[in-house]
Design a protein. Structure first.
Length: 344
């Protein structure tokens, strides 16, 4: 069991790196495209604030554990977590290769749902809390996040455009770049609060299922530091394939569009973390905010074909990851039976 626990922790560290690598484009794409920040400064800034956000999310991470479904104990619970992380990681690699900004949040949560469902079908747990978990943790955020984020961006863009109406394009762009530098940091901090807390919570759950005497309302410092470091390292590698899609193929970005979209999506992430304790996807929030802000700007432009393609990946993410994690658990279940001595 100790070996399997170590494997799970290593897998979560790898997924944390991949999370930072895959989602770096959320904060980097607009700021680099509009020349608010240079690529090197952007990734260092985003990596730093993502790490800080992960550390600040210690309490929020344990609150997520309270809202999580019931896990089987010992080897079964570790296997559930491992299959969920592996399925989410494989999907993140695939979407990165396809240059698609898919949701790492939806991937890991759906992976947990799929592997838990498979475990319960084999008699390793209870199914009674899976439906609320699927609805409030996956389906509801998937529907609400793009809509609310786009509306917030539209609501922010209209008054900002009115305030800038007497400024020249160069003056508006200069102000937008300054604001965008700040909102990029705020967005990276929110990314750490949301995604960082979930990755740390996965390790804490792994420790809980092996019988570690953890307090649900407390936090574990070394887990937060470990996840923060791996996510920051992933951000430093940039994930430029997805950045190209968001900054070039999706919408025509200006400094002011970048600033308002980052500010509105960051606001939604903070509300989701502090007030609602709801898993909000950074990717869905940022992409939808860009589309919302670009659609109402006089010189804005949205490539709706690209956006529809992205939305198709958003819808496919929970399906693919839940099915993939479930299949993985079914594949390793004979090994669990051998461990438990159920096959003689």
């Amino acid at each position: 069991m100790t070996i399997l626990l170590i494997v799970v922790i290593v897998a979560v560290c790898g997924y944390s790196w991949l999370n930072g690598f895959h989602d770096a484009s959320n904060s980097v794409a607009a700021s680099v495209r509009t020349r608010a920040l240079s690529p090197r400064v952007a990734v260092v800034l985003v990596a730093s604030f993502t790490a800080v956000g992960t550390m600040l999310g210690a309490l929020l991470g344990t609150r997520l554990i309270v809202r999580a479904p019931e896990f089987p104990m010992y080897e079964d619970g570790l296997a559930v977590l491992l299959c969920a992380v592996l399925a989410a990681a494989l999907w993140s690699l695939w979407t990165w290769w396809q240059k698609m900004p898919a949701s790492s949040t939806q991937a890991i949560l759906a992976g947990v749902l799929g592997s838990l469902t498979a475990a319960n079908l084999l008699g390793h747990g209870s199914t009674e809390d899976l439906i609320p978990y699927a609805f409030y943790g996956i389906l509801l955020p998937l529907i609400l996040t793009p809509i609310v984020s786009a509306l917030l961006a539209i609501g922010a863009t209209v008054p900002v455009s009115w305030l800038m109406r007497h400024r020249t394009d160069n003056e508006a762009s200069a102000s937008g770049r300054i604001i965008q530098s700040i909102t990029t940091a705020l967005l990276a901090l929110a990314h750490g609060l949301q995604d960082g807390q979930r990755n740390a919570a996965t390790i804490v759950i792994a420790l809980m299922v092996v019988g570690q005497p953890l307090v649900r309302g407390g936090s574990i410092l070394w887990v937060q530091i470990l996840v923060a470091a791996w996510m920051a390292c992933g951000v430093l590698f940039g994930g430029w394939r997805i950045t190209h899609t968001m900054s070039t193929n999706l919408a025509r970005l200006t400094p002011m569009i970048g600033a308002t979209s980052h500010a509105s999506s960051a606001l939604l992430l903070y509300v989701g973390a502090f007030a609602l304790h709801m898993p909000i996807s950074t990717t869905q929030s940022v992409v939808s905010a860009m589309v919302g802000a670009s659609s109402v700007k006089r010189r804005g432009f949205v490539n709706w074909k690209t956006f529809n393609h992205i939305v198709a990946y958003w819808i496919a993410t929970p399906v693919a990851c839940s099915v993939g994690a479930g299949i993985l658990f079914l594949a390793i279940s004979p090994m669990l039976n051998l461990i438990h001595g159920r096959i003689h």
